[in-house]
Design a protein around this ligand. Structure first.
Ligand code: NAI
Ligand code: MG
Length: 366
């Protein structure tokens, strides 16, 4: 365990397991939900005999407007010294979305080889699915999104700017190493769950990269005869997620397909306010980074009504990654208790509670 830089968290004695955690609350509701996740994580750490030493960073669009950069030149090197990163969300009206995404999130995912974006989806107790009538046992899956290459690439360009013949080209990058390692992660994960993997493809329409993806998927699948493997075109897979989600468990997809499918999967459960995510460096050679799937939600920013459940569950994933599985299960159980009671929930779930009231209720239920 590496120590974080300056300490603003719990005091630490020689016998306490201590983790240095970088908090990057970012913009909009990212700030509110990160405050509540920290409250819950500090409470569970105290109860489970370990300590989190938080260091907060102001990397955000607000910083970009002030200094011209989302993150300082030495920002990546600074974050590299932490055991994990808890990220809120970035994005603010007035700063183009590609500036905030490419100025912070994508560079961190790549610098730290967080090549798996793990996005668990399940219908929590007390919440109603868009697919009402389905029980919690019929709606549980996990999206494994390729997180370091694919359709999110800088290759391409704009040509003939301002002329009638103007056009834009955007290239995708699929490497054998990159596809194989994320597919392998999905098969290993499936062995701990239902032993089923479904790959999102589109090899009918996208004739170079997607057949290559399929080929690598099939080769890895052959090494896992105990796991049922199938490929499904991403459009049909989207329909299946809504119509027959019980037939899915581990879903693996490229950067873009995984991004879209995980918002869809979140929507068929409780909505974006419920969906956590982990940017994982499975080898633990760099810090992994945990965040809600949602963005900074400018439409509700500053109102104190953002649902912090997604960010609190991202905090539970962070604890799992640190090896604190018992504390992670305690956080999940506390969230489930609050949702089952149904009294303290935010407006997106039909309640009237504030972000802080939900955070306090979850911390209190630990
Ligand atoms: P969004 O996820 O911020 O919001 C979509 C809708 O869901 C909004 O109506 C919002 O009010 C609602 N919502 C999201 N989280 C919620 C929560 N915790 N509780 C209650 N309601 C919630 O996506 P949008 O509007 O497309 O993007 C807004 C900004 O966020 C943009 O600047 C975008 O680039 C950025 N963004 C950042 C991400 C990140 O930092 N990882 C991810 C997605 C978007
Ligand atoms: Mg997304």
């Amino acid at each position: 365990m590496t120590a974080g830089a300056p300490v603003d968290g719990a005091p630490v004695d020689g016998d306490t397991r201590t983790y240095g955690i970088a908090a990057v609350p970012g913009d909009g509701i990212g700030v509110d939900v990160t405050t509540e996740a920290r409250r819950v994580l500090d409470a569970v750490a105290a109860a489970h005999g370990f300590a989190l030493r938080w260091t907060e960073f102001d990397y955000s669009c607000e910083r970009y407007l002030r200094t011209g950069a989302m993150i300082p030149d030495d920002g990546v090197a600074t974050l590299a010294g932490f055991d994990a990163i808890l990220l809120g969300a970035v994005g603010f009206p007035g700063v183009a979305d590609h500036v905030s995404l490419w100025g912070l999130l994508i560079p961190l995912r790549r610098a730290f080889s967080q090549y798996v974006n793990l996005r668990p989806v399940r219908l929590l107790p007390g919440t109603t699915s868009a697919l009402a009538g389905r029980g919690a046992d019929e709606l549980e899956m996990v999206v494994v999104r390729e997180n370091a290459e694919g359709e999110y690439s800088t290759l391409g360009g704009r040509h003939n700017a301002g002329h009638p013949g103007e056009f834009a080209l955007q290239e995708s990058v699929f490497t054998r190493v990159g596809v194989e390692r994320v597919v392998r992660y999905a098969f290993e994960l499936a062995r701990t769950r239902s032993k089923r993997v479904c790959s999102a493809t589109k090899s009918n329409g996208i004739i170079h990269t997607m057949p290559f993806w399929d080929e690598v998927f099939d080769a890895v699948a052959a090494e896992y005869p105990d796991v049922v493997a199938e490929s499904c075109h991403v459009d049909a897979l989207a329909a299946r997620m809504v119509q027959a989600p019980d037939r899915l468990d581990v879903v693996v997809g490229s950067n873009l397909f995984g991004d879209i499918l995980s918002d869809l999967a979140a929507a068929v459960t409780g909505g974006l306010g419920m969906a956590p995510s982990g940017n994982l460096n499975p080898e633990h050679t760099h810090p992994s980074m945990f965040e809600a799937v949602h963005g900074s939600a400018p439409d509700i920013a500053g109102k104190g009504i953002a649902n912090p459940v997604a960010q609190i569950l991202a905090g539970a994933m962070l604890l799992d990654h640190l090896g604190e599985g018992a504390a992670a299960r305690a956080v999940e159980a506390a969230v489930e208790k609050v949702l089952t009671e149904g009294r303290v929930v935010t407006p997106d779930l039909g309640g009237t509670a504030t972000t802080a009231e939900v955070g306090a209720a979850v911390a209190g239920a630990l």
